[in-house]
Ligand binder design. Structure first.
Ligand SMILES: *Cc1c(COP(=O)(O)O)cnc(C)c1O
Length: 405
């Protein structure tokens, strides 16, 4: 671990006005136990040794910080470096967090893990880690998502997980979260592996801790390559875990601009977007106080993005805090901008990014040409795009576009 100044920590579970823990009493008891375990092990040398050796030999870290020369020349402005989280085992940053949480589960003597999943990426990482540690694994997934993400359901089952299809409500992620918490309340020996920087305290702090490896590495790597810090770091924001990991070690470097990119879907003037911070209001969702999109009755409203990973109606409380304090600038990218960014990176670099990550790349495409050639941008490529090829094909077809146009 390096000694870079620590980012803002949650006090009593709050980041400024945001966060906390709004849950029923039985769950609060489980959260208190989790907090004690986390505080016991997070600086324990033996724990950290095991975590870092898994990151290295199981997940394939460290991930490269790659100078995208051809993409940079194509845009004709700032130098663009890509933090290659897409090269992790299973193709995204999610395993960084899952490995940390499953090691906590092991230390706590748990034999079973529970997780929610939307598109299935977090479920697949959890199923893999559970297989590795010989734990029983139950994944809760909305019935709609089970239908849309058959391949990921099969991948989880291949690795020995049981996938529970949740039919309540809109049968999507929100209902899967409720079902998973319910299952947790009914089995005190289970450990809930939460997939993003969201939910009740201490989860947002735990997820930050296990994702900060992204910027611990990128900070060292950019100093090695360029002898200085970047001018900007850009990451996409769904719940906010890859972004918090990418920003963590730069929060106290006021000269480094931090930019989070939300999905504006079909546009902010439609109701087909997931721009939680741009359009949301402050309220309680999934056990935390944060920005979220609510309907007129005060219920959490469904949101939309072409990328399943950004399609979440809330956002992590630390991001809500950084929005309010102004430390991070939050902007948006539409479906169209993300797809164009995906095509541009694929063609200039031969790297096929996830549609989620392509939202961050879209912001780099807007900014780089306005910046000096000596300026440096780091874009966090949170995942690879192989999972998205059918969505891309469908999008192009619906918009009467071919790969030549
Ligand atoms: C899940 C996912 C995201 C969104 O989640 P965050 O918690 O906001 O990082 C982004 N990119 C990829 C590749 C994902 O799998």
């Amino acid at each position: 671990m390096d000694n870079a100044a620590l980012p803002t920590q949650a006090h009593n579970g709050f980041f400024g006005n945001f966060g906390g823990s709004f849950v029923p009493e039985p769950i609060q008891k489980l959260l208190d136990e989790l907090e004690v375990a986390f505080n016991t092990y997070k600086d324990d040398p033996e724990f950290l040794n095991e975590y870092h050796s898994l990151l290295k030999d199981y997940s394939g870290r460290e991930t490269p910080l790659y100078f995208a020369q051809s993409f940079t020349e194509h845009l004709g402005g700032a130098k663009i470096y890509l933090k290659r989280e897409d090269l992790n085992h299973l193709g995204a940053h999610k395993l960084n967090n899952v490995l940390g949480q499953i090691l906590l589960a092991k230390r706590m003597g748990k034999t079973r893990v529970i997780a929610e999943t939307g598109a299935g990426q977090h479920g697949v990482s959890t199923a893999a880690a559970a297989a590795r540690f010989g734990m029983k694994c139950d994944i809760y997934m909305g019935a709609e998502d089970v239908e849309r993400q058959k391949l990921n359901v099969f991948r989880m089952e291949l690795m020995g997980a049981t996938v529970h299809s949740v039919t309540a409500g809109t049968a999507t992620l929100k209902n899967a979260v409720d079902a998973a918490f319910e299952a947790w309340m009914n089995d005190l020996d289970a450990f809930y592996i939460l997939g993003s920087a969201v939910g009740p305290h201490p989860y947002p702090t735990i997820v930050h801790e296990f994702q900060k490896v992204i910027s611990v590495e990128s900070r060292r790597q950019i100093i090695e390559k360029e002898g200085r810090l970047p001018d900007a770091v850009i990451a996409c924001v769904g719940g906010g875990s890859n972004a918090i990991g990418a920003f963590s070690q730069y929060v106290n470097d006021s000269d480094v601009k931090l930019i989070g990119v939300e999905a504006t879907g079909k546009g902010l003037d439609t109701d087909q977007h997931a721009a939680t911070m741009e359009k949301g209001t402050v309220g309680v969702v999934d056990g935390m106080k944060t920005y979220a999109i609510f309907d007129d009755d005060g219920h959490v409203a469904p949101v939309y993005s072409i990328s399943a990973g950004l399609d979440y109606p809330g956002v992590g409380p630390e991001h809500a805090f950084y929005k309010e304090s102004g430390r991070v600038e939050y902007v948006g990218a539409t479906d169209d901008e993300a797809i164009n960014a995906l095509l541009m990176l694929s063609r200039t670099e031969g790297i096929l990014p996830a549609i989620e990550s392509s939202h961050a790349l879209a912001e780099a495409i807007k900014r780089a040409p306005q910046m000096d050639k000596n300026d440096i941008i780091i874009v966090n490529v949170s995942g690879r795009g192989d999972k998205d090829v059918t969505s891309v094909a469908k999008y192009l077809e619906e918009h009467n576009r071919t790969l030549q146009s």
